[in-house]
Design a protein. Structure first.
Length: 207
C-alpha cells in the first residue's frame, strides 16, 4: 500500500469516527471535538485528491448516523465465455454493470435493477461469486468504505442499451479484456468468475 493510499485510508477512518461521534455527542464539547476530526479528515483527503476541503465537508455533512460501509453490487453477465462490460463515463474504463445499493434495497434486487439501467438487459441471478472489501486490490480508494457483492447472472431479456453513465455496452472474451475500472471491477473478480464458470459447485469467495 502506497503512502498516499495509507493517508487516505487513515483519513477515511477519522471521518467515520467523527461521524459516529457526532451521532452520539451529547454536549457542545463533544460536537466541537468531532467537528475538528471531520475537518482534519477533509484536509488530508483534499491534499491527496482533486476535491477541496469545502466540498468534502459538504459531503461529510450529509452522512448521518453510525458510520458503516456502503454496499456496491455488480453483475457478472456471462454468455459463452464472454462477459458483459459497460464503459464508465467517469474514467473511460470498463466494469461489470452495477452501483450503490439504495436504502431499503434487497442487494440482489439492486443488482438486477443496476444491470437493466446500465446495460439494457434483464437478468436472473444464479449465485453469489464473492463478497469483497471494495478497495482490496484496486490500487485506489473510494471516498467511503464499501463492501462489494458480485453476482453471477444470466440474460433473460433485453438488448444492449447504453445509459448516460455508461455510454458503451459490449461483450468481451474473459481472457482478453479492455482496461478495467478497478474500483468497480478488478482482475481478482474476473478470476473468481472464471472459477465459478469452470466449477458449478465452487463456493463463494470472500474477504
Amino acid at each position: 500500500m502506497s503512502d498516499k493510499i495509507k493517508l487516505l485510508d487513515w483519513a477515511r477512518r477519522i471521518q467515520a469516527i467523527s461521524q459516529t461521534g457526532l451521532e452520539f455527542a451529547n454536549n457542545e464539547y463533544d460536537i466541537e471535538r468531532n467537528k475538528k476530526l471531520e475537518k482534519i479528515a477533509a484536509e488530508i483527503i483534499s491534499e491527496n485528491s482533486n476535491l477541496n476541503t469545502s466540498e468534502l465537508l459538504n459531503i461529510f455533512s450529509n452522512q448521518k448516523g453510525y458510520a458503516t460501509p456502503k454496499v456496491d453490487v455488480r453483475t457478472a453477465i456471462v454468455k459463452v465465455d464472454k462477459i458483459l462490460l459497460v464503459k464508465e463515463i467517469s474514467d473511460g474504463k470498463w466494469a461489470m454493470p452495477g452501483g450503490w445499493a439504495d436504502v431499503g434495497d434487497v442487494p440482489s434486487e439492486a443488482a438486477i435493477r443496476e444491470a437493466k439501467e446500465e446495460s439494457g438487459f434483464d437478468v436472473e441471478i444464479i449465485k453469489v461469486v464473492g463478497v469483497y472489501d471494495a478497495n482490496r486490490n484496486s490500487g485506489e480508494l473510494e471516498l467511503f468504505h464499501a463492501v462489494k457483492i458480485v453476482y453471477l447472472c444470466k440474460i433473460i431479456a433485453g438488448k444492449p442499451t447504453p445509459s448516460f453513465e455508461t455510454p458503451e455496452v459490449s461483450f468481451f472474451d474473459l481472457n482478453n479484456l479492455p482496461p478495467l475500472s478497478e474500483n468497480r471491477t478488478n482482475p481478482r473478480h474476473i478470476e473468481h468468475i472464471k472459477a465459478h464458470l469452470s466449477n458449478p459447485i465452487q463456493s463463494t469467495f470472500f474477504d
